[in-house]
Write a protein that binds this ligand. Structure first.
Ligand code: IP8
Length: 263
């Protein structure tokens, strides 16, 4: 039996550039994957990103930079609105699971976490000790921070680091990506770009961070997070989220098409 910690990237479950647009087909496929994993007696813990339910308003109102006196009223309004949007996205995912008779429990970080980065504060034990018949789900969110920032963005990648390290039963930690098969040797626009099959933090990366839409760290934060987790979890992978069957193949055979992250 495996315990799989998976992150659904925001670019996989939403269209990143279009305000609050979900990818219904992708979500239905991912729910199917969770159902299959549970039917095979595995445990599953989910983290999801924000995509166009978080990054666009966060970018517009500079939420990741913390409170700015000249626009504080608007920022506070945006914080409320992003939190509501994230609850909405989370509800859509949970509803999709319910249609397959999968029970889930949501843990919205704005309600239990403060501060940003992998050393954020908050009690993870309700997620760690969640009943194994239920799929715990948490997500990237706007959290309260101490002065002078007052608020900030806690990325799902940071939640992955802490859950990967603090849930002792995790055997597999998988980042499901929306637009690539894994880590590429060069940006996707480069014709010589190839899938990197195995990566450790001493290897160079030639990535792009889409600052237009992404207020957290893009591929760099993901790699850094995965690398930290690989020190405690044996199987850490980047896999194409449009091909969920690769997750099942990984569990069955120990290998699949994607990037394995090693210490
Ligand atoms: O997509 C970001 O989480 P991520 C959360 O996991 C918000 O980096 C609200 C932008």
């Amino acid at each position: 039996m495996a315990h799989v910690l998976m992150k659904f990237g925001g670019g996989l479950i939403t269209t990143k550039s279009k305000m609050k647009t979900i990818d219904e087909r992708a979500i239905a496929k991912l729910s199917g994957l969770i159902k299959q994993l549970l039917d095979l007696d595995n445990r599953v813990t989910i983290v999801h990103g924000a995509g166009s339910f978080g990054h666009l308003k966060a970018k517009e109102w500079k939420i990741a930079e913390g409170a700015k006196p000249s626009i504080l009223m608007e920022q506070k309004q945006a914080v409320k609105s992003i939190r509501a949007d994230m609850l909405e996205l989370n509800r859509l995912l949970c509803d999709s699971l319910t249609t397959l008779d999968v029970d889930s429990q949501s843990f919205p970080p704005s309600q239990w976490a403060t501060e940003v980065g992998p050393n954020f504060l908050g009690d993870l034990t309700p997620i760690v000790n969640c009943d194994d018949s239920v799929v715990p789900i948490t997500f990237g969110d706007v959290v309260n921070c101490s002065e002078p920032n007052l608020f900030g963005i806690l990325s799902g990648d940071d939640l992955m680091v802490r859950l990967g390290k603090e849930i002792p039963t995790i055997t597999h930690c998988i980042f499901l990506l929306g637009d690539t098969e894994g880590l590429l040797s060069a940006p996707p626009s480069d014709p010589n770009s190839e899938l990197v099959r195995i990566w450790n933090s001493k290897m160079p990366i030639s990535g792009e961070h889409d600052k237009q839409q992404d207020v957290t760290g893009g591929i760099f934060l993901k790699l850094n997070s995965a690398s930290k987790i690989s020190r405690v979890v044996e199987n850490v992978w980047f896999i194409d989220g449009r091909r969920p069957e690769r997750v099942l193949e990984l569990l069955n055979s120990g290998n699949t098409r994607g990037t394995q992250i090693v210490p």
